[in-house]
Design a protein around this ligand. Sequence first.
Ligand code: HEC
Length: 180
Amino acid sequence: MKRLMLTAAGLVAGASLAAAAFAGPSYDAEGRIVIPQNMDRWPTVGTTYALSYEGDGGVTLNTVRLDPESYDAFVSTGKFPVGAIFQLEVRRPVEEIAPAKGGKTQGEVIGRSLHVKDEKAGPGAWTFYNFGASSTVGNAIPRSQACYSCHDQHAGTTDTVFMQYYPTLTEAHARKVAGK
Ligand code: HEC
């Protein structure tokens, strides 16, 4: 009996560990996403500078991060699990902060958004969320917005994520497949 109880306790502990391993996104009663804590600790999968989406001469420094559990899942499987969260952080570039005599480095944040594989619009569907600097929740961006059409048309074929800009992630998966 004692052994049985121990096994049961072990199972419960195992189940909660598995749940903790990928918590995924959570939402408030109005369906707004709760902004995850400590996103600055998430692995960076891409950085871009002055990426001009529509020839509009954008000059920002962008950093894309992926939640750690989905990062590991992608490295192993080459797929994003349901619940995967990308964060895009857009910063103003600054120049010549001593001792630099040229080049650009990160200034203040001017925008952040999330791209979440939440399947709210059906199997495999992703949703964009916007949030301000001090917000604790983010609103879903309506599907009529250009975010969705550009990502649908120009990003990957199975997920609307811009994999072509995230070589770290693709390389890590290739190393895993090669057993290195
Ligand atoms: C004209 C094309 C275009 C439009 C419109 C667009 N994006 Fe993107 N998005 C990109 C590209 C290219 C990247 C690659 C990384 C970068 O921008 O630094 C990207 C990356 C992202 C990422 C990082 C994860 C991923 O999916 O690759 C997020 C989050 C994101 N965009 C949010 C948005 C939101 C929110 C909107 C609408 C307000 C939007 N995007 C509109 C082209 C677009």
